[in-house]
Design a binder for this molecule. Structure first.
Ligand SMILES: Nc1ncnc2c1ncn2[C@@H]1O[C@H](COP(=O)(O)OP(=O)(O)OP(=O)(O)O)[C@@H](O)[C@H]1O
Ligand SMILES: [Mg+2]
Length: 333
């Protein structure tokens, strides 16, 4: 295979693995969450729910997929406001409130106003959404990533207020918390817990993953999905090569030794994220020599680009710090 072909194939596969946002499976949970948000947008019903699952199980991917579909509709874009908060970024309620204000584009409306309490401030923001009429209001979809971290905030004021609003018939809001802690409900204070709907979606390994044999098959299908080259590919790779690549891939997937390795990975715990990382590292090493001069035992990380890509980039960027240039010259092949 020529250098150019390798480069093209690698580029395509890397993009397919890293940027492929197609969500596979979990139809039931997907539909329920979709309906839940849709109810808030179309019928003004307030809701709250938690999406719980282990790290890398696809919680964020699932919500993003649902939101992407919702955003295709004009009703959603006109009637709903999306507010995303993250437990690691919004570490206290005042930071969260500031972000809510700016995501609702209400910075100007609150400018210079003094509020007696958090609740008053939030109520003011939501009241701003009622466009003149008392009975019509835009709805707000709150997505709280790393939901468990919000439970550590002082008095759980934000959660208390959000859940309280979701239970009253004021502004329609939908509060979706995302967390990997199974015991998350136990972290809620009593008065907060009593206002939560107790609707929870658990992203356990999906049904097709449950039994032993089909888990392997399921993973092999995913590997094929990520690594095969489609006919209508944008990159210029001749069709004989494509066919040959796909045939070799099929052969590999049927190979006993390969299946044994994958079986072992599946037994240990193979979530989508680990699978993608493993595949990605394999794709990167299609040209041997990436960082080969680095001492292996001190390799804290693996480069996801080849030495050649780095030196090409160095030539393009003028004015780089000399340390970077020196590092590249001394450490890369
Ligand atoms: N069902 C799926 N279909 C396609 N890709 C998936 C699926 N589930 C997970 N992924 C992919 O796996 C990776 C990890 O998923 P994601 O970030 O959503 O996990 P998470 O549950 O939010 O993890 P964390 O708890 O660390 O935030 C992402 O690259 C995502 O695209
Ligand atoms: Mg996530």
């Amino acid at each position: 295979m020529s250098e150019v072909n390798i480069k093209n194939i690698r580029n395509y596969l890397k993009t397919n693995i890293l940027n492929n946002n197609t969500f596979i499976g979990r139809e039931d949970e997907r539909k329920e969450i979709f309906d839940l948000i849709q109810k808030t947008v179309q019928h003004g019903e307030s809701n709250s729910a938690l999406v719980v699952g282990p790290r890398g199980s696809g919680k964020t991917a699932l919500i993003e997929d649902v939101l992407t579909e919702l955003q295709k509709s004009q009703t959603f874009n006109n009637d709903a406001i999306l507010v995303k908060l993250h437990g690691l970024i919004h570490t206290d309620d005042s930071l969260a409130l500031r972000s809510i204000t700016s995501q609702m584009k209400l910075d100007n409306a609150v400018d210079g106003k003094v509020f007696g309490s958090f609740a008053e401030n939030l109520a003011y923001l939501l009241a701003c959404l009622r466009a003149g009429e008392k009975h019509t209001s835009k709805c707000v979809i709150f997505i709280l990533e790393e939901f468990d971290l919000f439970c550590a905030h002082h008095n759980q004021t934000l959660l208390y207020n959000l859940f309280d609003i979701s239970q009253s018939a004021q502004t329609p809001i939908c509060v979706l918390g995302i967390t990997c802690r199974l015991d998350v409900i136990e972290l809620l204070e009593k008065r907060v817990k009593s206002r939560f709907s107790h609707r929870q979606y658990f992203l356990y390994p999906c049904k097709e993953d449950c039994d032993y044999i089909s888990r392997l098959e399921h993973t092999l299908t995913k590997i094929e999905y990520y690594l095969s080259l489609p006919e209508d590919m944008k990159f210029k790779i001749n069709s004989t090569l494509k066919k040959q690549w796909n045939k070799t891939l099929k052969g590999l997937l049927a190979d006993k030794k390969f299946r044994a390795v994958i079986q072992r990975l599946v037994d240990i715990d193979l979530n989508e994220r680990t699978l993608k990382n493993i595949l990605n590292l394999e794709i990167i090493s299609m040209i041997s020599g990436a960082g080969s001069r680095n001492q292996k035992e001190y390799q804290f990380f693996k480069l996801l680009v080849t030495s050649k890509q780095i030196s090409d980039a160095l030539k393009k960027y003028v004015g780089l710090p000399t340390e970077v240039v020196q590092w590249a010259n001394s450490s890369l092949v």
